[in-house]
Design a protein around this ligand. Structure first.
Ligand code: IMP
Ligand code: MG
Length: 178
């Protein structure tokens, strides 16, 4: 039973149902709770895509935690390698803090590499990355991912915060282009 869903002008089909996402997000939170036991953590969500992942993950976090969001915009130049520029951002002082960056999806890794670079300059005590989705075949940057929800093929997905041209973020499951 695979229902086709129209988002803007394209067809998508169910990839990961909301229940499976919830189970996996809870498991990631449990790992983070164990790894950072007794410590304080500042989560930094990358806007816009991570907002639902961040909201669900944070509610499973049992640590002393705060959250902030940074927005990066990436645009395509003439080459296929995207450029990234920060639009708005980070809390002023990350020095000595444990920081966990939250991403919706890592594809080439360009967005994340930029975010990590910015954060590292501020000398956090510990820096980790949690991404709901990872397309390993598309990775072109050298970055390490500490917590990964699901590995995907290189197909385009929407839902659970991820968009197609701005649409589809409100879908509670993940859908892949049909
Ligand atoms: P990267 O910089 O190439 O790693 O791309 C990461 C960004 O591209 C993510 O934060 C998303 O905003 C977007 N992106 C990559 N793949 C998808 C997808 O399949 N669906 C929706 N957005 C995507
Ligand atoms: Mg994103």
């Amino acid at each position: 039973m695979s229902r086709i869903l129209r988002v803007k002008d394209k067809d998508f089909k169910l990839l990961i149902p909301r229940s499976a996402i919830a189970t996996r997000v809870a498991a990631l939170a449990e790992q983070i709770n164990a790894d950072f036991h007794g410590q304080e953590v500042l989560f930094v969500g990358i806007m816009n895509g991570s907002f639902i992942f961040a909201a669900d993950l944070l509610r499973e976090i049992k640590l002393c935690a705060t959250i902030s969001f940074m927005r990066l915009s990436s645009y395509q130049g003439q080459s296929s390698a995207g450029q990234v520029e920060m639009v708005f951002g980070l809390p002023g002082d990350l020095k000595g803090k444990n920081v966990i960056v939250l991403e919706d999806i890592v594809e080439t890794g360009t967005t994340l590499e930029y975010a990590i670079g910015m954060i590292k300059k501020m000398n956090p005590a510990r820096l980790a990355v949690a991404t709901l989705l990872f397309k390993p075949q598309a990775l072109t940057r050298t970055i390490s991912l500490d917590y990964v929800g699901f590995e995907l093929e290189e197909n385009f997905v929407v839902g659970y915060g991820l968009d197609y041209d701005g649409y589809g973020r409100n879908l509670s499951s993940l859908y892949v282009m049909a």
